[in-house]
Write a protein that binds this ligand. Structure first.
Ligand code: ADE
Ligand code: ZN
Length: 357
């Protein structure tokens, strides 16, 4: 796995440096920024410890902590997807989904996150587990409502299909989102994750139109493991917000279109480095996107698998990519503007953001 120059050991060194006060202030500024996480997979928030707990609920021979840790080891993008699948396989009941949703919400609130739009891999539930999703969803909803009342954190759900399972499987996911939305307005949108190298965006065009007509918002992982053609494809089928868009930097025309249309990009720096989609930190385009006027947001993707969280992503932007505090405020503001929240709530959060000292 890729090693980071800004590992936790490096962070500890900062504490003995004269800049320590600046660093503490900076951490506090990041913590108190009201911010949204827009690219976060519920399954990717499950830690090895929680996985052991889940296994003890279900398995006659429960997972040992070392085995759980081993599941989180991967060396490339395909291995990462297998780790993600192994975690999802341990989520079997409504109570399991409630537990992981509640733990995710607590961690988000601890970081000053006020709103999250969370992908849930409904495609994996249907395809691999062959079971109904709705009973499991009720567990997620219980925890979501508790997070709203006890933590002041709002959560919206994005039903994610696995693109390499194909459009027929994706149709089941998107139609379930459309079916649940009238009763559960927290189901806000749909997306496609999985392996772009095996399936582009085009086969999902009709399904995206159908989802849009059902009132769902459209997102797509795009340009994470393949070139700019993946991003053009996602735009062409109507995706409103793009996950990763790592390869846009290779295509000046595309950069122009993204800047002009202010298409929100869900940037996930640690994810790209850990999966090997971006080989070196200095090659990551996040700063060049910002300087070119693209509408970028910072996100953690699968924090338990990438040993990161949203605060870490903001710190990383500051320490390794030269973003100032005012830039970070702008990124937090982008996260609220690019969210699928109603305008009144956006305005309320943006006011708090602007008044933060
Ligand atoms: N599922 C969870 N995280 C993902 C990612 N980064 N890319 C594609 N599919 C995913
Ligand atoms: Zn993702």
């Amino acid at each position: 796995m890729h090693r980071f120059p800004w590992s936790r050991a490096a962070a500890v060194c900062v504490l003995s440096h004269p800049l320590v006060l600046w660093s503490v202030d900076s951490n506090s500024f990041i913590r108190h920024l009201p911010k949204a996480e827009l690219h976060l997979h519920l399954e990717g928030t499950v830690t090895p410890e929680t996985l052991v707990e889940l296994s003890a609920r279900h398995d006659s021979t429960p997972l040992h902590p070392a085995q759980a840790q081993a599941l989180f080891q991967y060396t490339d993008f395909s291995g990462f997807l297998l780790a993600f699948k192994a975690i999802t396989e341990q989520l079997r009941s409504a109570d399991d989904y409630e537990l992981v949703t509640w733990r995710m919400a607590q961690r988000l609130a601890d970081q000053g996150v006020v709103h999250a739009e969370v992908y849930v891999s409904v495609g994996v539930v249907y395809y691999w587990r062959r079971c109904e999703f709705e009973p499991l969803f009720l567990g997620m909803e219980r925890a979501r409502l508790r997070a709203e009342s006890e933590l002041g954190l709002s959560i919206l759900w994005i039903f994610d299909a696995v693109r390499h399972f194909g459009p027929r499987e994706a149709a089941r996911v998107f139609r379930k989102a459309a079916e649940l939305r009238p009763q559960f307005p927290s189901v806000i949108g749909i997306g496609i994750g999985g392996d772009e190298r095996r399936t582009g965006a085009e086969p999902f065009r009709n399904l995206y139109m159908e989802a849009r007509d059902a009132g769902l918002r459209l997102t797509a992982h795009a340009g994470e493991t393949i070139g700019p053609e993946g991003i053009w494809g996602a735009l062409n089928i109507g995706a409103e917000r793009l996950g990763h868009a790592l390869s846009a930097i290779q295509d000046p025309e595309l950069m122009g279109v993204l800047a002009e249309r202010q298409v929100p990009l869900e940037i996930c720096i640690s994810s790209n480095l850990r999966t090997g989609c971006c080989l070196l930190p200095q090659e990551h385009p996040v700063r060049r996107y910002f300087d070119a006027g693209l509408m970028i947001t910072l996100n953690s993707d699968d924090p338990a698998l990438f040993l990161s969280n949203l605060e870490d992503e903001y710190r990383l932007a500051q320490e390794s990519f030269g973003f100032t505090q005012e830039h970070l405020r702008e990124l937090a503001s982008n996260s609220i503007e690019a969210s699928f929240l109603p305008p009144e709530r956006k305005v309320e959060i943006l006011r708090r953001l602007e008044s933060l000292e």
